[in-house]
Ligand binder design. Structure first.
Ligand SMILES: Cc1ncc(COP(=O)(O)O)c(C=O)c1O
Length: 391
């Protein structure tokens, strides 16, 4: 392996959310943090070098989303997913969470209904509720260890007058990589009921073989015309602190409305380092690094799978198809969420994301971030065994 993913790097003193908010979130500064979705793995050296080069220039003024940046995104989407885009479809947002809020504001009115599929990344809930829209959920159904879409419920919800559907593809936290038939069925139902789709594809690069990510907008021209896609190099290359994401919208009317809302919110111009990092990431070198990262993540997942099966069989791993976030089912212990957290924090010394933060359906589950040196994963597993082994 050309790149080093296994050296432990101290993040203490870097004001990083994952480490420096442990006291606030877990009431204990010493838990092993396996929560927030960034990696305890170094950002690739070619990205760091690009940023260092930019810093050779002493002025850091307002910076354009330039042609090189747009072309880097277009190149990546074509190369990785066979998605041919026009660079004129692209817009900027300071992170996808900001973009989701812009989209809810741009395409719906107060009290309009917005649909999401819970359990799901918690800011989806906030983007709807905190903008005064009505939240509808289409709960995902865990059946034989795999989450499925309840299409009858999905259609019933759309029929209630939903204006916008926010899709998480691949899905955080349940790790599904939606198939062609699932995506097509959701998208066609949305067309039938005149529901616009926002597709959050931030985890698109982090897909485990043999699964394949399909950008929703590649399914058909009609679906593309009804889809707003969000993406970013942030998760893939561990640059979330640069607060830079892209939006691709081929429907020019929808793009205009999005950009107007971003202007209203004053977020239309970007981050120098986010642009520079993305240009360095979306390259053949970036692809090579990503392939090696995926191999490393797969091995970490194997560690968890094998360990749980042999040593802690009451904790069930929901087999991930994508993302580096593992969805662990602790329901066999029959513990309340508070009891579960207490054991994890106080006995195991581990900070996972509590499942219920992703919606009521997450009760009894925990989300474990395995994007870290494998010895940290092994340490966490042994701690879990010590804490839960006799229960
Ligand atoms: C589905 C999903 N969307 C968006 C984000 C965050 O995006 P950003 O940091 O660009 O706001 C995350 C981070 O975990 C995520 O999982």
């Amino acid at each position: 392996m050309k790149y080093d993913f296994s050296t432990e790097i101290s993040r203490e003193g870097t004001s990083t959310i994952k480490y420096d908010k442990r006291e606030v979130i877990f009431g204990d500064h010493n838990v092993l943090p396996m929560w927030v979705a960034d990696m305890d793995i170094a950002t690739p050296p070619f990205i760091i070098e690009r940023l260092q080069n930019r810093l050779q220039h002493p002025i850091l003024g307002y910076t354009l989303q330039d042609d090189e940046y747009n072309k880097a995104i277009a190149w990546w989407l074509e190369k990785r997913f066979g998605w041919t885009i026009e660079t004129s479809w692209l817009s900027y947002c300071p992170g996808i969470v900001a973009g989701l809020n812009h989209a809810v504001q741009a395409y719906t009115n107060p009290s309009d209904k917005v649909l999401i599929q819970s359990p799901v990344y918690h800011p989806f809930f906030y983007a709807v509720r905190q903008n005064g829209r009505e939240l509808l959920t289409n709960p995902l159904v865990l059946s034989n260890g795999k989450y499925q879409i309840n299409f009858d419920d999905f259609e019933a919800k759309l029929k209630q007058g939903v204006k916008l559907f926010v899709l998480c593809s691949p899905h955080n936290p349940v790790g599904r990589v939606w198939t062609l038939s699932e995506l097509t069925r959701m998208a066609e139902l949305c067309l039938k009921y005149n529901v616009l789709i926002v597709s959050d594809e931030i985890h698109a690069d982090l897909v485990l073989e043999p699964n394949k990510h399909l950008p929703l907008a590649t399914l058909s021209p009609e679906i593309a015309n009804n889809t707003i896609t969000f993406g970013s190099a942030s998760k893939t290359f561990n640059i979330a602190g640069l607060a830079t994401a892209w939006i691709a919208i081929s429907n020019s009317n929808l793009l205009k409305r999005y950009n107007l809302q971003a202007q209203r919110n004053g977020t239309w111009h970007g981050n120098i380092f986010g642009f520079e990092a993305t240009k360095a990431a979306y390259t053949p070198e970036g692809e090579d690094w990503l392939e090696q990262l995926l191999a490393y993540l797969r091995e970490n997942i194997r560690l968890v799978r094998d360990f749980l099966a042999l040593q802690l069989p009451k904790v069930k791993l929901v087999e991930p198809e994508g993302t580096y976030l593992l969805w662990l089912d602790f329901r066999e212990y029959n513990l309340s969420n508070d009891e579960l957290k207490e054991i994890l924090v106080k006995k195991a010394g581990i900070g996972f994301n509590a499942g219920e933060m992703f919606g009521d359906e997450g009760s009894g589950f925990q989300r474990m971030n395995i994007a870290c040196p494998s010895q940290m994963v092994t340490f966490a597993l042994n701690q879990l065994k010590d804490a839960f082994g006799d229960l």
